[in-house]
Ligand binder design. Structure first.
Ligand code: ATP
Ligand code: MG
Length: 472
């Protein structure tokens, strides 16, 4: 029950309907009781007046009265006859109804309406005072008398009626409750069907079939729309990273295969026939170069894997605050050899310290990757500019700009992909792996930053990195 939507909804329906029924029962019984009591009171009032009308003056002029019981009023409930007593102002108790129980004493003064019980029979009583004697003998001059009448009706019949009304309301409410629960069960079952259909479709998704066919009903359901939308985007993202992983594996295997094959063939040809020691020397040196390249590739791949791991929430928290300018200066220092070989001038410009929390090794790696590309993919003697500063909203910004041919338009959307290399004729000579920018991007994103590439055809490339910085 606790763990089922259907169970909870039904419980809510039953609870609210039971509350409603209880409220209705209470209100109905209360209202019926009040109405019947008012009717009873009005009836007693009328009968008390009829009793008063039976009090008459005697024929003489004494002003005495007598009770004429020949015209007694009918009881309100024939099976439980009413009681009454009449007092006159002058001579006290005048008469009592024949069925007045012996031992029951009711004084002529007190409240107008009240309830009492006599031998387990509940009564409602009315006390009417100051009633005039209605019989008026013309021409007789004496002081007119006033009467007090107590009139009591058993409430047995009324209580029965109230009980009957209560039972009727309770039965009707119970019937309605059963009908509502059945209706709710049916409605909830129907309402949850799109969810079941969606679950059925979701179960069909696998590594071979990433397509989630959202059933029409589920698509139209307002409450399910966020779920289906996030499922669709989640699957798209999963599919993309799944494909990327697969490509990465393929690319990595391919990249590793070439140097291993070269190494193998070098060693095989060395072993084919006896060689001079110079030939062995040259062959081993060649092999060592291939091994170095292999080692470097493995290092890059490890670095990339680590950066991507950080990007998924595992970034170290114990980072020191460092100055962005220092990391740029050290990167320029590291790349100096390559720059000298290619006669490239690197201009570093800055306007003040930019503190931020990062591992300086990571940032230097990003800058050396960008500088290496800027130098490699520009003609010799060209200049490279590095500008360190802040964006309008206070983020740290580094722009590396070269004056080479610029990244080809077709390459621009792909340069950050792993193992992606631009125009092979241009890049073959440089012998890169196509991992430099992928690593830079993974690192920058691991720090919550962004990296973008812009090109001005014929005038060069601008790589812009933005990172979250501290104020001071
Ligand atoms: P690696 O960096 O792994 O040694 P790589 O330099 O080929 O190899 P990336 O640094 O990822 O790989 O660059 C991807 C591609 O983007 C390059 O092959 C090149 O075609 C293009 N590219 C990158 N930077 C520039 C640039 N400054 N000017 C022109 N093309 C560039
Ligand atoms: Mg590179």
């Amino acid at each position: 029950m606790q763990n089922s939507i259907r169970g909870r909804l039904i419980a809510t329906v039953v609870l609210s309907q039971t509350l409603l029924a209880a409220g209705l029962l209470f209100a109905g019984v209360y209202y019926t009781h009040r109405r019947l009591l008012m009717t009873l009171d009005a009836g007693m009032q009328a009968r008390a007046m009829s009793v008063a009308a039976l009090v008459r003056y005697t024929e003489d002029a004494s002003g005495n009265v007598y009770f004429d019981n020949t015209l007694m009023p009918q009881s309100l409930d024939p099976s439980h006859p009413d009681l009454f007593a009449v007092w006159t102002q002058r001579s006290g108790l005048l008469t009592r109804s024949g069925n007045w129980p012996s031992g029951l004493e009711i004084p002529p003064t007190g409240a107008r309406y009240w309830d009492f019980a006599w031998h387990d029979i509940p009564y409602r009583a009315l006390r009417a005072t100051q009633l005039p004697v209605l019989d008026r003998e013309e021409g007789k001059s004496f002081q007119p008398q006033t009467l007090t009448i107590v009139y009591a009706s058993p409430m047995v019949r009324m209580e029965e009626q109230v009980r009957e009304a209560g039972i009727f309301i309770a039965l009707a409410s119970f019937g309605l409750l059963v009908a509502t629960v059945l209706l709710a069960l049916w409605g909830i079952g129907r309402g949850l069907r799109p969810l079941q259909q969606l679950a059925g479709q979701a179960a069909l998704v696998s590594a071979d079939n990433w397509q989630l066919r959202v059933p029409k009903h589920a698509e139209q359901m307002e409450e399910l729309r966020p779920l289906t939308q996030s499922m669709t985007t989640m699957l798209a993202r999963l599919e993309r990273s799944f494909i990327q992983q697969r490509e990465f594996m393929g690319n990595a295997a391919h990249e590793l295969k070439t140097p291993v094959a070269v190494l193998k063939s070098t060693l095989q040809s060395l072993l084919q026939r006896p060689r001079t020691s110079e030939e062995y020397q040259a062959g081993l040196e060649h092999s060592l170069e291939d091994l170095e390249r292999l080692e470097q590739l493995l290092q890059w791949m490890l670095r990339l894997a680590r950066a991507e791991q950080w990007a998924h929430g595992a970034l170290r928290r114990d980072l020191q605050v460092i100055d962005l300018n220092t990391t740029c200066e050290e990167a320029v220092e590291r790349i100096r050899n390559l720059a000298e070989v290619r006669h490239t001038q690197i201009h570093l410009s800055t306007n003040g310290p930019v503190p931020l929390r990062a591992d300086p090794e990571d940032l230097q790696l990003v800058w050396t990757n960008l500088l290496e590309n800027a130098i490699r993919y520009s003609p010799e003697d060209a200049a490279v500019e590095v500008a360190v500063g802040r964006t309008g909203d206070g983020r740290a910004r580094v722009v590396v700009e070269d004056h080479g041919p610029g990244i080809a338009a077709a390459d621009l959307p792909h340069v950050f992909e792993r193992f992606y290399r631009g125009d092979p004729s241009r890049t073959r000579a440089t012998g890169g792996f196509g991992l430099g920018l992928a690593i830079a991007k993974a690192l920058v994103e691991a720090y919550g930053g962004s990296i973008t590439a812009d090109r001005t055809p014929g005038q060069g490339t601008q790589m812009t990195v933005e990172l979250p910085a501290r104020d001071r």
